[in-house]
Design a protein around this ligand. Sequence first.
Ligand code: GDP
Ligand code: ZN
Length: 322
Amino acid sequence: MTASGSDRGKQNIVIRGYGPYFDVATPAGVVLCTVRGSVKRERRKTDPVAVGDEVTISLTGNDEGIIEAVAPRRRALSRLKRGTDDVEQVILANPDQLVAVFAVAEPEPHPRMLDRFLLIAEAGGLASVVTVNKIDLDPAGELRYLFDPYREAGYPVIETSAAESAGLDELRRRLTGKVSALAGPSGVGKSSLINALWPERAEQALRVGAISGATGKGRHTTTSTHLMILDEDTYVADTPGLRALRPWGIDLNRLDRYFPEFRPYLGRCYYLDCTHVDEPGCAVIAAVEAGTINRERYQSYLIMREALAEEPSTSRFRRRSS
Ligand code: GDP
Ligand code: ZN
């Protein structure tokens, strides 16, 4: 076990979904499972089973089984299910942290997207780590300053180069012993970083596919996240589903608290219910004017406020009960 004290290594964890089938990682190997009907009936406003769920299974054959029960989720990265107003679609259950990966260049960084990831994590009660890859493309250090506001807001910012093996030890330390949701645009180097850190992972992905194929049930296309086992207790999932989503469970009234650098000023505005948009005597706006809150981050706040105000479901915030 690792420093996190997690017992995940002894648990059965859902690592991949194929329509009605799920790959479940157990201490004895990967088992392809269906889901007991009672599990589906108990959970109607959410996915009955999601990648990242800790489950109890019964074996029905070699490498085949049935999911009998799902442990209550501690956390989840979720979005609203398409075509619904209140059904949760879980992108990843029980993540420990969100690791947002961007490149200093190629592709050009997208701070608004980063702000969105950080907001989703804050709203879900998740810690975040920012990884700035391809620093080899910024030899003079002129580009990476774009990420300074995040450091100032209190987020760990790791500079890496998968190409030149820079910053990899620090990234490995951050990932080890945890379940991490990787988020970031394609082409920033997420796969390159994982391959550089855990080269044996590719083989494991193949093995998982082979088991599913052998049962004849492997042709269902993957409909959800793939949670990769990098090490005992170390899991990483790429979460492309986070890039475009209708937010689930983000409370418009708490939006200001999801920006850590705003927190010292909250409660200091003239109006108790200040939205920090244009009210007189607003301590947040004053901090932006004074340069202690980054103006771009504040712009992101305004943009997200507007977007959330248009989402009917976000005003009815549900705290996770199971
Ligand atoms: P992903 O889509 O985020 O998984 O990105 P990939 O790992 O597939 O990488 C996209 C491209 O960026 C590939 O051509 C990689 O070789 C390249 N790349 C990845 N990391 C680095 C890096 O640190 N520096 C440079 N210069 N290129 C990189
Ligand atoms: Zn205010």
